[in-house]
Design a protein around this ligand. Structure first.
Ligand SMILES: Cc1cc2nc3c(=O)[nH]c(=O)nc-3n(C[C@H](O)[C@H](O)[C@H](O)COP(=O)(O)OP(=O)(O)OC[C@H]3O[C@@H](n4cnc5c(N)ncnc54)[C@H](O)[C@@H]3O)c2cc1C
Length: 295
């Protein structure tokens, strides 16, 4: 398919070198070349690019299945692709004890139905029981149900859970824990766990964002991410060097989101500008195409 003649004419009016601008946006010429090579490599893998709108008519389930299939293929092409949020939590809070657990599939679960940015008011609790050296997890009210987390609706067996740590009767605020929610044998929810998908959204439907309720779910003490804050076997709480460390992972992620949104906006602006260059309106004089001069 050739370039649209109106777009071609518009491009010829350009007064600067577009390749130089692309170098700048990619952060350098070499990065641009590497990006294009990777894009071509990915798009040439059979099944990874099936044309714009190929999945539009699919139902929610089929859309998810197709997306998982594609993601699996994509991972085999780019083995260095990683999930930044979870890697970040591990680096920030993980210990040797928790590392073997973090190697299994998981995702961070912080947001609740009633509390998003209002982290201080999150209601999920992790109460330490020194008798059994376990944490007991509960989402006590409807609004404390975890709501939104990606990968939780259908996929993961383990979650990194944000919960208020209670030990020796005192609440020490939000901490992170690894909680198994599904059986490794048959993928069914474990006792005390209610989990499912929140359903179709405006976008990102390849991600099974989910909900989670916990009722007296017990996990060993080693499931707390204890690089900074700690709970000793007798229940004594050891403070982290800085309380702010608890929020580091999500703050990092939000910076990443802002950066990513910039890239999406760039694409949206490109589509809008191209469209305004080619959209022909009713002809004012017969035979003379009229293009809205929005550029
Ligand atoms: C696609 C998607 C994926 C997600 N994945 C995950 C995930 O994997 N794990 C997870 O834990 N969560 C996840 N979330 C949840 C996400 O972290 C929350 O949506 C986010 O924290 C905002 O919370 P909220 O939606 O409850 O908005 P609210 O906290 O209700 O905020 C609503 C609006 O009010 C503004 N606002 C809030 N407080 C103030 C204030 N004090 N002053 C001024 N303005 C304020 C906010 O900026 C926002 O615009 C996901 C959300 C989406 C949409």
């Amino acid at each position: 398919m050739g370039v649209n003649i109106d777009l071609d004419a518009e491009r010829k009016l350009c007064t600067f070198d577009t390749e130089l601008l692309t170098d700048f946006l990619d952060g350098g010429r070499e990065k641009k070349i590497a990006r294009r090579a990777l894009e071509n490599r990915i798009l040439s893998v059979p099944g990874l690019y099936e044309g714009i709108g190929a999945y539009d008519a699919l139902g929610h389930e089929e859309y998810y299945d197709k997306s998982v299939e594609k993601a699996t293929k994509l991972l085999s092409v780019c083995l260095n692709v990683e999930n930044r949020m979870e890697a970040n939590v591990t680096q920030l809070h993980g210990t040797l004890n928790s590392k073997h657990l973090l190697e299994r599939e998981h995702n961070i679960k912080q947001t609740e139905l009633g509390h998003g940015t209002n982290l201080r008011e999150l209601q999920t609790t992790a109460e330490y029981d020194p008798e059994t050296q376990e944490f007991v997890f509960n989402t006590p009210k409807l609004e404390s149900m975890k709501w939104w987390p990606g990968g939780m609706g259908k996929t993961v067996n383990y979650v990194i859970l944000g919960a208020h740590l209670i030990t020796k009767g005192q609440n020490h605020g939000l901490h992170t824990f690894i909680v198994q929610i599904r059986s490794e044998e048959d993928h069914t929810p474990l006792p005390g766990v209610t989990v499912g998908e929140i359903g179709r959204k405006y976008g990102m439907n390849s991600n099974d964002n989910g909900y989670l309720m916990l009722k007296n779910v017990r996990m060993p003490r080693s499931h707390m991410l204890m690089r900074h804050a700690q709970v000793l076997p007798d229940g004594t709480y050891v403070k982290p060097k800085s309380d702010k460390l608890s929020y580091g992972s999500m703050v990092f992620l939000r910076v990443v989101i802002a950066k990513e949104i910039g890239k999406w906006l760039r694409k949206a602006a490109t589509i809008a500008i191209r469209y305004s260059a080619v959209r022909r309106q009713s002809e004012i004089e017969a035979g003379t195409p009229f293009i809205l001069s929005t550029l």
